[in-house]
Design a protein around this ligand. Sequence first.
Ligand code: 13P
Ligand code: SF4
Length: 362
Amino acid sequence: MLMLSIYKAYSMTLIRSPEKDSVMSSTATLDYQALDYTAEVAAATAPLYAKVARVIPEIEWPFHAPYVDAINRLKKERNAIVLAHNYQTPEIFHCVADVVGDSLALAREAVTVDADVIVLAGVHFMAETAKLLNPEKTVIIPDESAGCSLAESITGADVRLLRQKYPGVPIVTYVNTTAEVKAECDVCVTSGNALKIVEALDTDKIIFLPDEYLARYVASQTDVEVIAWKGHCEVHERFTGAEIEDYRKNFEDVVVIAHPECPPDVLDAVDFVGSTAGMIDYVETKQPKRVLMVTECSMSDNVAVECPDVEFVRPCNLCPHMKQITLPKILESLQTLEPRVEIDPAVAERARRAVERMLELS
Ligand code: 13P
Ligand code: SF4
């Protein structure tokens, strides 16, 4: 048996008091001073490895398994739940997440979740959305630096200026924004419901922020006039229409599907456009022989686990923010219950309205 002592950094002894409210303290009964790939860990995690064996090499599993086992035990002790975005790596997505999905699914799930602690394995705006919908719960993001180029492209002050410039025009914000920005907007949308919500507003003009390409995609599908902000996703903006044509030449019969954060020349060149959940659903239901998912590249690994008969052509654009979230950081955050997401109550109240309006309309 390969023995790896890989977790010596956590040298504190964790003891949990029996009272229920001790979940709010940074204590727990499990001892994580040394996480070894023991026979017990190997046996406990074998069914999970069997699931991900197609995408995680056997040689890597002894590094992941002790964390997977420790996280899954500590989650129960903390009455915690891990919500993971579709871009998380397979050892997180398939082995420690309780709920996986796109931003819309994670927001919806955050409303019904029955747990004291929510760990958001995703980026900061997703954790903020979970906190907005669960102000009483402890919401943790394992690495606070997991941001998003779209969320960083606009501030609340920018939105107030837009309101002055376009009085009376409803402001629609993509969920990829800070709570401070959502607080200034009328309604929130995700890539999975943007078109439906824009049409449900029953207006002839909207401001859509911050993603210019999603705004242009929505505009191409509706008669509503769309005024767009010029934010971009640093991952999706790198794809080009010419690159898609090259893939089509090199991989005969490949079905190409893309996220609407891609530039218009990419979206014009593909067979289907959808949110991450929409893209997964497309592959799972249509089972194309060969597919190219034009999006963050961990998603192909996650879908490949469920679709063994589909060949995935993988352009690899990683989201550096999503990749800040790792198994060791998830374990540490469960141990310490930090970093917690906190939102100024006055901002939260206004931002929550925009998110709740989205949930009502979608
Ligand atoms: P989805 O809501 O489609 O999962 O997209 C979130 C995101 O950040 C894509 O880059
Ligand atoms: Fe933000 Fe793009 Fe990363 Fe999604 S993939 S979290 S939009 S930077």
